[in-house]
Design a protein around this ligand. Structure first.
Ligand code: 5GP
Ligand code: ZN
Length: 114
């Protein structure tokens, strides 16, 4: 996806500082953080949104959760608590159409969300 921002970032084309990278995902800080810890966990594979997720990608999503757990521990929010969020679609608040997961923590998060 030549004009996809998160394809460009995850491929290294944008010279982004990754806090974590492996063969399946990259993790970097959100440019507009909504909490003291606000990381984006982004699969390298282009999947536009949750509506386009295939069953063959279940292992990838399981891996995302394992990376989220590791990032939470490394950022010291595993005991205090955190939220892993994937927005889908316009009313879900999605603005970048390459699936990604927000890891938010470091403050008391409100529920329900706005
Ligand atoms: P969404 O709104 O799709 O759930 O999440 C997209 C997120 O990407 C937003 O929180 C936004 O701040 C972040 N974002 C958009 N462009 C960039 C960028 O160029 N660099 C980084 N690090 N984050 C970005
Ligand atoms: Zn993409």
């Amino acid at each position: 996806m030549a004009d996809c921002l998160f394809c460009k970032i995850s491929s290294g084309e944008m010279d982004t500082d990754f806090v974590y990278e492996d063969d399946q995902v990259v993790v970097f800080e959100d440019i507009n953080p909504q909490a003291p810890v606000h990381l984006l966990i982004v699969p390298k594979k282009h999947i536009a949104d949750l509506n386009h997720l295939e069953a063959s990608e279940n292992d990838l999503i399981g891996h995302v959760y394992q990376v989220a757990k590791k990032m939470a521990a490394e950022n010291g929010i595993d005991d205090s608590g955190y939220r892993l969020v994937s927005n889908c679609g316009d009313e879900g608040g999605q603005t970048v159409y390459h699936i990604h997961f927000h890891l938010l923590g470091g403050r008391e998060l409100q529920w329900p969300p706005g």
